[in-house]
Ligand binder design. Structure first.
Ligand code: GLC
Length: 538
């Protein structure tokens, strides 16, 4: 018997950008509740909500100052409860984002740690270290932060003298917890229980693999941090503990971990007594080629077999350039750390959108869980010409503008072609400007259009729902000409053939009724370039 999350379709809602209900220009929980019918009509099984907790919003809420409340700009706990019960009433599960690696520098523990001074119990919950060199004026190691600049920031001691340094993998406003301290695990157990008691169905665990640092703080050649992830380092004990907590609750609660580690390391986090799913970012990094996508699929499936966990299929989230832009420019993301990514100059958006349609079919035909990022179902492209004065991403500020950051994939969603802020908000002054180029992609334009991206997503999710072969079938590769990716998925007597045309020439399809296609076939039943189709085999 499969558990619900093993082949579920998750829909990531980025609360700031989804729907603003109170006209302040920032999306909120009530806005999400208002649009639950839209989400339910997509046919997805579950939501993942990016952080909505109280936060100074230095990193769009991934700098949490209170893990058990709602930031007033997003609403109240009562709004959350309403969202949860309305979602459940529609058969939608709700999973929320937990940020365990770091908190905000305004979190009460961190404020207390700074105030308490060197050697205090309060400081032991973070990584406060004396500096090197004269008077400790140099940071303890040469490590750089993911968002640019050093990963150490110095604090004044309570008497005002220059003091210790604290470690932050991301921005200075995001101090890392010391997970070797028992208080930290106890606190996260409390946080998990707080939300599990409220009825959430699961968690997405941010930067899950970086909790344990090598505290020898040794300089490294690449200035990257030393973060062990293997079995001996303690990180897996943390997840085993949290798993036991989750298992006390009924209803198959689950967690998906975010980790950028290699396949063999990722597999460790999803062993049966640890977490349930791990994001698989292979599709985010794959180039537009049959070879690349085949390798991505094969290696992802193989990596998980060993631990018996299903894989996840992801082509967008709030950290990466939208796929329409990636596929329209063949941006090479291999090796890029996600926040550094921004769109290339030469983007063929039309072509990118055709290819993104093909990938919608591919994503939703594979065994495992699928994540869709809000706006992906509308075919939104990245907005890469934001003026400097509206940019919010901390990586922009920490690199003096060299990295423009992730705002371009976080633009508010367009709902109504002719409305103020394309129906996202009642004010034009939204947290990031709504792009005029999004109006023609608004939900009200796409719903009645049989050829829209939204219709394709709805149809494809529905087909997946009605065909177990597409959710958890056995996948077999079939012979294909250069540039084609072809495979069959089968389950209990049903076999479906999937063809994705990565090449330049039209391609023939196998015999049988065509159940889904991303572009119309030509008069001789050929699948055009940059398209995908599903055929039922007899
Ligand atoms: C994860 C989040 C990203 C955030 C970072 C720090 O990568 O997805 O948005 O900036 O962690 O919390």
């Amino acid at each position: 018997m499969l558990r619900w999350w093993e082949d579920a379709v998750f829909y990531q809602v980025y609360p700031r950008s989804f729907r603003d209900s109170n006209g302040d220009g920032i999306g909120d929980l009530k806005g999400i509740t208002k649009q639950l019918d839209y989400i339910a009509q997509l046919g997805v099984d579950a939501l993942w909500l990016s952080p909505f907790y109280p936060s100074p919003q230095v990193d769009a809420g991934y700098d949490v100052s209170d893990y058990c409340d709602v930031d007033p700009q997003f609403g109240t706990l009562a709004d959350f409860d309403e969202l949860l019960s309305q979602a459940h009433a529609r058969g939608l599960k709700v999973t929320i984002d937990i940020v365990p690696n770091h908190c905000s520098n305004q979190h009460p523990w961190f404020l207390a740690a700074v105030a308490a001074g060197r050697g205090s119990a309060e400081r032991a919950r973070f990584h406060f270290v004396d500096g090197r060199g004269d008077n400790g004026n140099e940071p303890p190691s040469n490590w750089t932060s993911v968002f640019g600049g050093p990963s150490w920031t110095r604090v004044p001691e309570p008497d005002g003298s220059p003091g210790q340094w604290y470690y932050h993998l991301f921005a200075a406003e995001q101090p890392d917890f010391n997970w070797e301290h028992p208080d930290v695990l106890a606190e996260f157990e409390r946080i998990f229980r707080f939300w599990l008691d409220r009825g959430v169905d699961g968690f997405r665990i941010d930067v899950s693999d970086a909790l344990i640092k090598d505290t020898s703080w040794t300089d490294t050649e690449g200035r990257w941090p030393l973060i062990p992830k293997d079995d001996s380092c303690g990180v897996h004990q943390i997840y085993r503990h949290l798993r036991r907590v989750m298992d006390e609750y009924p209803g198959d609660r689950m967690a998906v971990v975010e980790t950028g580690a290699s396949d063999d390391i990722v597999a460790l986090f999803i062993r049966p007594d640890e977490m349930h799913l791990a994001f698989n970012f292979r599709f985010v990094k794959a180039q537009w080629s049959a070879k690349d996508f085949r390798a991505a699929i094969e290696e992802s499936l193989a990596a998980n077999v060993a631990v018996g966990a299903p894989t996840t299929w992801v082509s967008e989230n709030h950290d990466v350039t939208r796929s329409v832009t990636r596929y329209g420019s063949n941006l090479n993301l291999e090796g890029a750390y996600i926040p550094g990514v921004s769109g290339g100059a030469d983007v063929d958006v039309q072509r990118g959108r055709l290819r993104a349609r093909a990938i919608a079919i591919l994503l939703l035909s594979l065994p495992g869980a699928v994540y869709i990022y809000n706006g992906q179902e509308l075919g939104l492209h990245n907005i890469d010409d934001l003026p400097d004065d509206v940019i919010q991403d901390p990586s922009f500020f920490r690199t003096q503008g060299a990295v423009r950051g992730r705002d371009g994939c976080r633009i508010p969603l367009p709902w109504v072609h002719d409305a103020t802020a394309a129906g996202f908000s009642d004010t034009e002054t939204t947290w990031l400007p709504v792009s005029e180029s999004y109006r023609s992609l608004a939900v009200d334009q796409q719903i009645p259009d049989a050829n829209s991206m939204l219709t394709l997503y709805r149809d494809m999710v529905a087909l997946r729902k009605s065909s177990p072969a597409l959710r958890h079938g056995r996948l077999e590769w079939t012979d294909a000409a250069e540039g084609l990716l072809t495979y069959e998925v089968s389950y209990e007597g049903e076999t479906l053939a999937v063809v994705v045309n990565f090449g330049d020439e039209p391609a023939g399809l196998p015999e049988g009724p065509v159940l889904m296609m991303s572009s119309p076939l030509d008069s001789s039943r050929q699948l055009p370039a940059d398209a995908a189709a599903i055929v039922r085999k007899f």
